[in-house]
Design a protein around this ligand. Structure first.
Ligand code: ATP
Ligand code: MG
Length: 247
């Protein structure tokens, strides 16, 4: 999660899911953004879908009936389409509006080792549902100017969720993304991120790498599109670091 747009949430969700699955973990990627970028990034044809996160969130379908197997071993997806934004409006009227996702995931959790939720760029009801359903929050931060803008607000939301609904929620780590080693700015911002979050910052830093930006247009994760790229290596490392951290 990060309510700031375009910081690498979806790129991280897709590629982390892929590498966890490749390591033999049973992974469910929940596309929880009406933009549906995680779904298209895995090459899913949205018009062929019967159920999506829209129906799951309005209570018209079970999560188990929305999950599809992807082309990639051990990796399942709960897809999203733009109508998820309407579902969010519907949900606002429901009694259990905050725990819809949590209950949905409970019903399938025995089938998976990891459930990765790709949040939308807002501190909306969907994002809050994600925080309530999750054990851990992963915060991607772009190594650009204004990187930490909004982060205080996000941490405040996390604190509120922790207090009221999900005492188990922990910050898994902060991921520096789109790092450009040629610029002094990237280095400077990374230092700032480390000063703020200390040991919470993942050792793995995701470089700015055009192959990462190209892969989604082919509907595949970086590990399939160009497994020798810098971006691929970084996300593979991140998956290892995360398997260590959640032990
Ligand atoms: P949104 O807030 O809209 O959901 P997001 O936080 O999910 O965005 P992404 O969609 O992952 O961010 O990334 C934004 C754009 O930057 C995309 O076009 C993506 O392909 C590209 N991108 C992400 N990470 C990298 C990277 N490390 N190097 C180069 N391009 C990247
Ligand atoms: Mg996204």
């Amino acid at each position: 999660t990060n309510q700031k747009g375009g910081v690498g949430k979806t790129t991280t969700a897709v590629n982390l899911s892929f590498y966890l699955a490749k390591a033999g973990q049973r992974v469910l990627l929940v596309d929880f953004d009406p933009q549906g970028n995680a779904s298209s990034g895995l090459g899913v044809e949205k018009h062929e879908l019967k159920n999506t996160m829209t129906e799951v969130m309005t209570g018209e379908a079970k999560l188990g009936d929305a999950i599809i197997k992807t082309k990639f071993k051990n990796l399942s997806l709960a897809p999203a389409i733009p109508e998820l934004a309407n579902a969010e409006v519907e949900m606002a009227k429901m009694n259990k509006k905050f725990v819809q996702l949590k209950m949905a995931i409970k019903s399938v959790e025995q089938d998976f080792d990891y459930v990765i939720i790709d949040s939308p760029p807002s501190l909306s009801l969907l994002t809050v549902n994600g925080m309530i359903a999750a054990d851990y929050l992963l915060l991607p931060v772009q190594t650009e100017f204004y990187a930490l803008e909004g982060v205080a607000q996000l941490l405040e939301s996390m604190k509120l969720v922790k207090k009221a609904m999900n005492p188990e929620l922990k910050l898994l780590g902060v991921l520096a993304t789109m790092y450009d080693k040629r610029t002094a700015l990237s280095a400077q911002v990374l230092l700032e991120i480390k000063k703020y979050f200390k040991e919470k910052v993942f050792e793995t830093v995701i470089p700015r790498n055009v192959r990462l930006a190209e892969a989604p247009s082919h509907g595949v994760p970086i590990g399939i599109y160009d497994k020798f790229s810098k971006g691929a290596k970084a996300y593979k490392n991140l998956s290892k670091e995360i398997m260590e951290r959640v032990k």
